[in-house]
Design a protein around this ligand. Structure first.
Ligand code: ZN
Length: 204
């Protein structure tokens, strides 16, 4: 395998990128000067050093110092910690932050569960979610399952509801999903402000 194929192979594993696009990335890089390449390399190495996973919600956040373990949202006392929104990925959280006035907190599942998945517990951070909810005993009033409007999103919602059933009953937590005024196939990540606000307002 030559250098072009090696790098294209790496890019082809990026979300949404096929082998042909991966090759185009490599050829694009070949046209850049060495200064631009050095900057890219530096940015990639800094990414891992600067970012950390929040021990509370599981999102990636910019770490200010090594002593902090929770992100700016989880440590924000002005947010309503009795409200927890469960989202599939960091990009969905970002979209909700940008397009709504959500004042509660979040939990990032780290993925969704495909239909007929045999080991759903390996696909998402369900154990971490359970542990978080058990720990926050009686502090939570409502959890909102904010999944994409497609069969995989619905499948994930059903699975999470089932796993959390007893905790939700014990702690008397309200559980809701985003409003269904949205068309099938709508992805949270690409929802606009109007759609996002309505989906939140009409949650049930
Ligand atoms: Zn957090």
């Amino acid at each position: 395998m030559n250098s072009i194929d090696k790098l294209a192979e790496i890019f082809s594993h990026f979300p949404g990128i096929g082998p042909r696009q991966a090759k185009r990335f490599v050829y694009y890089l070949l046209t850049r000067n060495s200064g631009a390449i050095d900057e890219l390399i530096r940015n990639i190495s800094e990414l891992k050093n600067d970012m950390a996973v929040c021990s509370d919600c599981g999102r990636f956040y910019q770490r200010k110092n090594t002593a902090t373990k929770v992100c700016d949202i989880c440590s924000d006392e002005n947010r309503d910690h009795s409200l927890l929104m469960i989202v599939p990925r960091d990009s969905d959280l970002e979209s909700v932050e940008k397009h709504s006035d959500w004042e509660g907190t979040y939990f990032v599942l780290g993925g969704t569960i495909p239909i007929l998945e045999k080991e759903p517990e390996k696909r998402i951070r369900i154990q971490e979610l359970k542990a978080k909810m058990e720990k926050s005993k009686d502090k939570l009033k409502e959890i909102i399952l904010a999944m994409n409007f497609n069969p995989e999103g619905e499948n994930t919602t059903e699975y999470v509801k089932k796993v959390l059933e007893n905790i939700i009953k014990d702690q008397n937590i309200k559980i809701s999903t985003l409003g269904k005024g949205l068309s099938m196939g709508t992805e949270l990540e690409y929802a606009d402000t109007e759609t996002m606000k309505n989906a939140l307002k009409n949650r049930s």
